[in-house]
Design a protein around this ligand. Sequence first.
Ligand SMILES: [Zn+2]
Length: 364
Amino acid sequence: MMRAAVHLPDGGRGPGRHTVVDLDVLELRAAELVLPEATIRDERGGDLFGDGSLVFDHAQGGGPLVSPELDRQARAFGVVNAAYHTQRALRFVAAVLGRPLPHLVVRIGMHDQPRRWGGGHYRLPGQGAQSDPEAVSPAGEVHLGGGAGFVSTHHTQRYFHAPAHNPAIVSHEVGHHLCRHTADFRLNRLRPPQQQTNKKTALDEGTADVFTAVLLGTPDIYGWHRQAVPEGEQRRRKLDRRWTMAHFQGGRDRDPHTDGTVWASACWTARQRVTEAGFDPGRFDSLLLRGLELAGRDGGKGLAEEALRERRHFSRLVAAMVQVDQHLGPVVLGAMAEHGIHLGISNSDLSRAARAGQDRLVDA
Ligand SMILES: [Zn+2]
């Protein structure tokens, strides 16, 4: 165990509370931390950990306007912070599932040319528009940009938005690793390891968001770096009760993050209903994770279009979830119904029904 300074989620609107915690590290290299469950590396290199300490100031994110020394400090903090949140998320999963996910590689400072990148993504080796030109581990990798732009609030100083400093972005990307190795919404396990698909479904994005909300303890997961986006807009991605199947659009051109807010919100409502019914919220978290695992079981249909279509359906994952914890079944189904999600119905039929219901309400 090493002492490490990180941003600890505090349920607030900032990046978290700068706190010293324990981090389980196997090996310390110049710009890389090797943990039992993941390797975190700053691809821009340099000597970040030469003096053997993992306690750094966040230096307001560093960035292009500060001295090289301050930026080095901010990069070091970013590696440590990303390592901590990756370890925290992966250990949470391993404790619930009783098995570890495959070793995850997290690479920071990626895709910063020709323009700076302030986002993150989860990548598998594959072809097509959303694949990476460079070699990617077949088990999956998280890529984080070096940062772009500043976040400022009325009560905090201007902060350079480096994704590795943002627990929400790190947790969301680890959420995709969870999905890939449990529910496997795109059946990547049946594809050749070098020809997997990176195209995400709404379920994948929504599950990554609700996983983030669980880890951060707030439904306003992007309340820090998207604070300029009104809470009532879907792209804020707040897990709000207003997002129902009536807001689901589907289709190739739709951003799966947007449709994913419906799934994430329904899960968050279910978690609240479970708590209101007198259960520990952890009961819901384990129902979700074990439901993902159950939904991932091979249906024996190979890569047929029908098998892929079924795996996109919210109702299929709900069915798996209520199967793993039948005590919570009625509570979870009731909460899902509040968002227009019912068993045995496709996403498009659910969204049509929800819109029709909404129209009736408007008429009345
Ligand atoms: Zn995502």
